[in-house]
Ligand binder design. Structure first.
Ligand code: AVI
Length: 324
């Protein structure tokens, strides 16, 4: 007998579906920004990184372009072989500067980029060897912690972990602490973590980066509603939601919301969600740090701060921490 597949049939086991329903059925509705990055979301994020207002990418790029030799000295303290593991490697456009310097110094290392996206890892494995033929690399596709385990199975060499791009900022302060602690538990004394933080600065400058004039960040957020419509048989009227970003200079939290512009109901699969007029969906946090917060985070999670690399405007820092 033929199975009738209706528009509303979606795999019951989908973690995406479970997370979306869980978030939208709360008193205070939320969606996880980790779901921003489908194919369209990846493209919009590329555009964000090219926006004038989004200073973060250029700031961290400057650090890697100009200070990789000093970073390489810190990494290669004992000249012993090591594994360089990059969490959320993307297209490695920043880390390539460090890789070039490490290769030039003829250090014995293997680059292990980890990414949740198979497509990202496939692209890296195809393109990086063309640019750096002498690089030893192995891409690991999957969850960060599962892939860290895998990296430890592959070799017992010292580990140097890169976690750049201010990705730590997309976690609440409590989640960031738990994340660093879990990372610490996977590492051994004298391993290094190089971690990028966006720094607290003029609130208007921060807000502009998440509330750009051309509305690119707005489409980035709204794209998640389109994705739910497409993948989870939703019927969001996307035009009936608006993007609202807000920065709190005291806590350093920059938060994005989608606001329901009318009283409305939305179906997702077999479930119906009610929205009041002006009701928010909390979409994303981009936490900003000061230097004291960063040192405290290191010390509270089993690391010793070793060095900090700033861009010339001191917008951004790549901190180097050693495992205690
Ligand atoms: C990926 N992450 C560090 C970006 C950020 O700055 O929080 C994501 C982003 N959201 C809106 N603009 C950029």
């Amino acid at each position: 007998m033929d199975t009738i597949i209706t528009k509303r049939s979606i795999p019951a086991s989908s973690a995406f579906l479970t997370d979306v329903l869980k978030g939208l059925q709360q008193e205070e509705k939320f969606l996880s920004s980790k779901y921003f990055y489908d194919e369209k979301g990846d493209r919009i994020f590329q555009q964000i990184m090219e926006m004038d207002e989004y200073y973060l990418t250029n700031a961290e790029m400057e650090i890697l372009q100009q200070q990789s030799p000093k970073l390489a000295d810190l990494i290669a303290v004992d000249k012993q072989p090591f594994d360089l593991i990059e969490l959320g490697a993307g297209d490695a456009t920043k880390s390539i500067h460090l890789l070039k310097v490490l290769l030039k110094q003829q250090l014995d290392f293997t680059y292990l980029p980890i990414d949740i996206s198979e497509h990202v890892i496939d692209d890296l494995e195809e393109n990086l060897p063309k640019q750096l033929p002498e690089l030893k690399m192995k891409g690991l596709n999957g969850d960060y912690f599962k892939m860290l385990q895998r990296a430890k199975e592959l070799s017992n060499r010292r580990k140097v972990v890169l976690f750049m791009g201010a990705n730590i900022g997309n976690m609440s302060l409590d989640d960031a602490k738990a994340f660093c602690q879990s990372l610490r538990n996977e590492l051994s004394p004298n391993d290094l973590l190089i971690i990028g933080f966006d720094l607290k600065k003029n609130p208007r400058q921060i807000l502009a980066a998440y509330n750009d004039a051309a509305g690119i960040t707005r489409s980035f957020n709204l794209n998640l509603l389109h994705r739910i419509n497409r993948e989870l048989a939703g019927d969001f009227d996307v035009d009936a939601f608006d993007h609202y970003a807000f920065y709190d200079p005291e806590s350093g939290a920059c938060k994005s919301y989608l606001i329901s512009l009318s009283e409305q109901q939305v179906n997702i699969g077999d479930e119906t969600i009610q929205f009041k007029k002006n009701e928010p969906i909390y979409m994303e946090i981009s936490q900003k740090y000061d230097l004291e917060d960063i040192n405290q985070l290191a010390k509270n999670t089993g690391f010793t701060p070793v060095h900090r690399f700033f861009d010339h405007q001191e917008y951004f820092v790549d901190a180097v921490w050693r495992v205690d």
